[in-house]
Design a protein around this ligand. Structure first.
Ligand SMILES: CC(C)(COP(=O)(O)OP(=O)(O)OC[C@H]1O[C@@H](n2cnc3c(N)ncnc32)[C@H](O)[C@@H]1OP(=O)(O)O)[C@@H](O)C(=O)NCCC(=O)NCCS
Length: 163
């Protein structure tokens, strides 16, 4: 059975592996260089604040996916607006894991008194757009050719849900 739980430090190597696989093989993240463990430890520590939760979908100790809430922009007036990241392990997609993670992040966002939730999604990422639309996120912005990865320009959709 898949459970969504707060991530522990023991999950970090698998979280990193899922993210680095996405960096190397896709335009889902616009990072280009794999993340070191030192970088991920710093990131993990930032997500120990309940305002910025890091959750994992776990099945028999295996991390099938992870999700975070971060502050949308660091300037203080943005403190009630969260930004979502979700990554499901290759081979486990399309089975409802992303749905479980996003549902939990929305609940945690409400608990933390967020007013709005945002996701920045590469325009060609139809799966992620579909996932967010399913939860009532609406397109509020379309940035044109703002990212350059794998030798070409990419557009980005800004998706938003009010809580
Ligand atoms: C995007 C991602 C998180 C979705 O997670 P998932 O576990 O595959 O998604 P689910 O199985 O829960 O599907 C959720 C919804 O996504 C949408 N979806 C999934 N696959 C889709 C596809 N091929 N085309 C269109 N919509 C799709 C559907 O709305 C689906 O809901 P439904 O099954 O009730 O119709 C996952 O595919 C992933 O990790 N992709 C790579 C990383 C990534 O893109 N992260 C997001 C960065 S913004």
């Amino acid at each position: 059975m898949i459970r969504i739980v707060k991530a522990g430090v023991q999950h970090l190597p698998q979280i990193r592996e899922i993210y680095n696989h996405a960096i190397i093989n896709s335009t889902a993240p616009f990072d280009e260089e794999p993340k070191s463990m030192a970088d991920r430890i710093e990131w993990f520590q930032m997500h120990q604040d309940p305002k910025f939760p890091l959750v994992v979908a776990v099945e028999e100790g295996v991390v099938m996916g992870w999700g975070t809430l971060s502050q949308f922009q660091m300037r203080s007036s943005y403190r009630f607006t969260g930004e979502i990241s979700i990554y499901v392990k290759g081979g486990s997609r399309g089975k409802g894991i992303g749905t479980k993670i996003l549902s939990e992040l929305i609940e945690l966002g409400k608990e933390q008194n967020y007013h709005a939730m945002m996701s920045l999604i590469a325009a060609q990422n139809v799966k992620s757009l579909g996932l967010h639309q399913k939860f009532g996120f609406k397109e509020v912005g379309h940035y044109k050719e703002v990212a350059y990865k794998f030798g070409q320009w990419h557009d980005m959709f800004v998706m938003q849900k009010q809580l």
